[in-house]
Design a protein around this ligand. Structure first.
Ligand code: SAM
Length: 245
């Protein structure tokens, strides 16, 4: 983990207000994959739940959810955005223990925020071990192609809302790193603006290494283009699996 977790309060709020589209897009596919778990009354552990955008869809559909994220600010938001979960936990992969689960899900590539391929491997092992027999795993993750796309020239971008603004500079310093340097302006109660800065590094992997690794932990998994029928950005791939033993 970086010295301070990703997504402190201001960026957490910006994510919730301005970047809800991904969770909205993938939710129908995730819900369809988890339907047998819902019918059986199983526990869904969501890692990297962020502000609770998918969490609230899961709860609305009747799932029993433990929502978790490495960012305390995100978990605080998720409590408000998605009330009714079985639990809300500050949980940083790969070191914090995952509760035993009948499904483990994560969207918005939380696993790609881990600091190294070794950390990603350790998180995958922990996910496989925490899954109960018959359990379902589904998450998205950045492949090397995620960075190749941006080499074509992702310009610096800005977003402006009523009471915040975000400027993001992108870079791909190596084949396995996708970097965003984000400056966040948030309006104070007195109308002035404060400024924060976050440096995010995503580790890009060859996602074909993931199914064999999960297999070592009793999970039969495959790489897919989507959770359901949604269209994802180039290089963002989906892993879906089932614990067989
Ligand atoms: C792009 S956000 C996606 C949030 C949410 N799932 C959504 O789709 O809106 C990625 C999330 O991963 C979380 N994250 C980063 N590192 C993590 C770690 N080591 N363990 C668990 N979550 C982590 C971040 O705090 C953030 O909430």
């Amino acid at each position: 983990m970086p010295a301070q977790p990703y997504y402190r309060a201001d960026l957490a709020r910006v994510h919730h207000d301005g970047f809800s589209f991904h969770a909205a897009k993938v939710a129908p596919g995730v819900l369809a994959l988890l339907e047998p778990v819902r019918v059986a009354g199983g526990i869904v552990v969501e890692f990297g739940c962020g502000s609770g955008l998918l969490t609230r869809e899961l709860i609305a559909a009747g799932h029993r959810v433990v929502a978790s994220d490495a960012s305390p600010a995100m978990v605080e938001l998720a409590r408000r955005v998605a009330p009714g979960a079985e639990g809300y936990e500050v949980l940083a992969l790969p070191d914090d223990p995952l509760p035993a689960a009948d499904a483990i899900v994560g969207v918005g590539h939380p696993i790609s925020y881990l600091p190294s391929v070794e950390a990603i491997r350790a998180a995958l092992a922990a996910i496989g071990d925490a899954l109960r027999p018959g359990g379902v795993v589904a998450f998205d993750v950045c492949d090397h192609a995620y960075g190749e796309r941006s080499l074509d020239g992702l310009a610096t971008r800005g977003w402006v809302a009523d009471d915040w603004a975000l400027i993001t500079e992108f870079s791909v310093p190596s084949r396995d790193r996708f970097v965003r340097d984000m400056t966040i302006f948030s309006r104070n109660d007195d109308g002035s603006y404060r400024r924060d800065f976050e440096h995010h590094e995503n580790v890009l992997v060859d996602v074909t290494m993931i199914p064999p690794l999960l297999r070592e932990h009793g999970v039969d998994a495959e790489v897919r283009d989507a959770f359901g029928i949604e269209r994802l950005p180039p290089g963002l791939r989906v892993i879906v699996g089932r614990k067989v033993a």
